[in-house]
Design a protein around this ligand. Structure first.
Ligand SMILES: [Zn+2]
Length: 219
């Protein structure tokens, strides 16, 4: 352990998010209690939700429940950036990381990013980049704030607005042509957001998009 980490541990001890035992954000015991999906075909499961699917493969690590849900909520709402490396190591261990050119992630709307201070998906992506040696790029820009989006009752209208939810950042427009890309998202509900991001990437010339998701809220 580095001195800096040791000092941080001494002055700001951390506790297991599930059983409050002193130590890492998830203790060994609670880690072993997690239920992982192990390569179930989630693409088939999500297909009925979407008219056309723009990503080429979808791996989901676990169901959004128990300790995984607690870790993701802490990462998202409680300024706990330190949880990202743990989640990235879980992805690395429990999913098959495909051979790709780049890793990217679902962006936050710039307003939300300012409020939260960081994008939890970006933090996980950066850590996965370190583990895999694959470059991580902030390829996409989110143009609308989806909080307003969720309040739109009409489903067709919501889907229409999804259509231009994202755009590729100008500086990466050439870089991504014919590339194979991993896209990271923390939680999947219907797959609509992921699909919209993948569509944007495909229309910009990306060859293949592989989605890696921490947890699913699908029934
Ligand atoms: Zn525990």
């Amino acid at each position: 352990m580095k001195l800096k980490d040791l000092l941080l541990e001494l002055f700001f001890p951390s506790f297991c998010i599930n059983c409050q035992r002193l130590g890492p954000a998830l203790c060994q015991n609670c880690y072993h209690g997690l239920k992982f999906y192990f390569l179930q075909n989630k693409l088939q499961e999500i297909a009925p939700n979407l008219k056309e699917i723009y990503f080429d493969d979808l791996q989901i690590m676990a169901k959004f429940s128990g300790s995984i849900a607690k870790l993701l909520k802490a990462l998202k709402y409680h300024d706990s950036k330190n949880i990202a490396p743990m989640l990235a190591r879980m992805l690395w261990r429990h999913l098959v990381i495909p051979q790709v050119d780049l890793i990217t992630f679902i962006p936050l709307h710039p307003y939300k990013l300012r409020v939260r201070g960081y994008n939890q998906c970006q933090e996980i992506a950066l850590e996965l980049g370190k583990l895999s040696g694959i470059a991580v790029k902030n390829l996409l820009l989110k143009k609308k704030n989806t909080k307003a989006q969720a309040q739109i009752k009409d489903q067709d209208e919501r889907l229409r607005r999804m259509d231009d939810l994202f755009q590729v950042r100008n500086k990466y427009k050439n870089l991504i042509k014919n590339k194979i890309i991993i896209i990271i998202d923390d939680v999947i509900t219907t797959g609509a957001t992921l699909n919209a991001a993948s569509k944007t990437l495909k229309e910009a010339g990306v060859k293949q998009v592989f989605a890696l998701i921490i947890a699913s809220k699908m029934e």
